[in-house]
Design a protein around this ligand. Structure first.
Ligand code: ADP
Ligand code: ADP
Ligand code: ZN
Length: 214
C-alpha cells in the first residue's frame, strides 16, 4: 500500500508515521529525515541540503525527486511506502504521479492533517528530535524519557536548528506558497482524507486508522 501523509510542518506527520508504517507493513519515507541523515554522515547531498534547510527553504525539486526515485527502487519499497514530507511542491507532486503511472503503482490514499498556525508554532517550538534516529518528542506533550530516546537509547535529544522561532515563520510561508497547492494535484490522483490534526496524539492516530479502515 502506498500512502502519503500530508500537512504543514509540525502537523504531526512524523509522530503518526511510526505506528502507521508499522501497521501498513511498509517503510516510512521522510525526505527531511533522509536529508538530515546525509548531513550527519557528511555527504555532498547533506551539505547541499543544509544550505536550504537552515533557512526553511525547499531543497531543489530535481535533487529531491532523484532521491525519492532511488528510495522507491529499493527492495523494501516494492510493496509500498508511507511518504512523510513528500511531495512538497507542485512539480514534485506531478513528478510522483507520473512516476507511479510509469511504474504501474497507485497512490492508495492521502492523509491530510489540518492544524491551525498557532498550534503549529507551539508544537514546533517544543519539538525535540533524537540526533541519532530522528524520533521526535515534545517538551510538554510528549517528553523524551530521562534515560534517552525510547527508540534508540541515545541521550542526544535536542531542538533542531530549523525549529527556532526565526525559521518557523519562513517555513510556514513556504508551506502556504509552495506546498499547500500540492493538495490540488493529489486530489486529481488519489483519495484524499481531510482530517483534523488537533487533539491528543492517540486521538489523531485513531482518526487516521479509522479513515484508512485499519
Ligand atoms: P517538518 O517535519 O517540520 O515538516 P521536515 O523534516 O519534513 O520538516 O523537513 C525539514 C526541511 O527539509 C524542510 O524545511 C526542507 O528544507 C527540507 N525538505 C524536506 N522534505 C523536502 C521536500 N520534499 N522537498 C524539498 N525540501 C524538503
Ligand atoms: P511533522 O512531522 O508534521 O513536522 P511532528 O510529528 O514532528 O510533525 O510533530 C511536531 C511536534 O508536535 C513534535 O514535538 C510532536 O511531539 C508534537 N505533536 C505531534 N502530534 C501532536 C499532537 N496531536 N498534540 C500535541 N503535540 C503533538
Ligand atoms: Zn533515537
Amino acid at each position: 500500500m502506498n500512502v502519503l501523509l500530508f500537512g504543514p510542518p509540525g502537523s504531526g506527520k512524523g509522530t503518526q508515521a511510526k505506528d502507521l508504517a508499522e501497521r501498513l507493513g511498509v517503510p516510512h519515507v521522510a525526505t527531511g529525515d533522509i536529508f538530515r541523515k546525509n548531513l550527519r554522515e557528511g555527504t555532498e547531498l547533506g551539505t547541499l541540503a543544509k544550505s536550504y534547510m537552515d533557512r526553511g527553504a525547499l531543497v531543489p525539486d530535481s535533487l529531491t525527486c532523484d532521491l525519492v526515485a532511488d528510495r522507491l527502487l529499493q527492495p523494501d519499497a516494492a510493496g509500498g511506502v508511507l511518504f512523510d514530507g513528500f511531495p512538497r511542491s507542485v512539480p514534485q507532486a506531478e513528478w510522483l504521479v507520473n512516476w507511479f503511472e510509469t511504474h504501474g503503482r497507485v497512490i492508495d490514499a492521502v492523509v491530510s492533517l489540518a492544524v491551525p498556525d498557532a498550534a503549529i508554532v507551539e508544537r514546533i517550538s517544543g519539538r525535540r528530535t533524537c540526533t541519532k534516529c530522528g524520533a521526535t518528542y515534545h517538551a510538554v506533550h510528549n517528553p523524551p524519557p530521562a534515560a534517552g530516546c525510547s527508540t534508540c537509547g541515545s541521550t542526544e535529544v535536542v531542538q533542531r536548528k530549523d525549529d527556532s522561532e526565526a525559521v518557523v515563520q519562513s517555513r510556514l510561508d513556504v508551506y502556504a506558497r509552495e506546498t499547500a497547492p500540492v493538495l490540488g494535484v493529489l486530489r486529481g490522483a488519489a483519495t484524499v482524507h481531510d482530517l483534523d490534526g488537533t487533539g491528543d496524539i492517540s486521538v489523531v492516530k485513531a482518526r487516521i486508522f479509522a479513515a484508512l479502515a485499519l
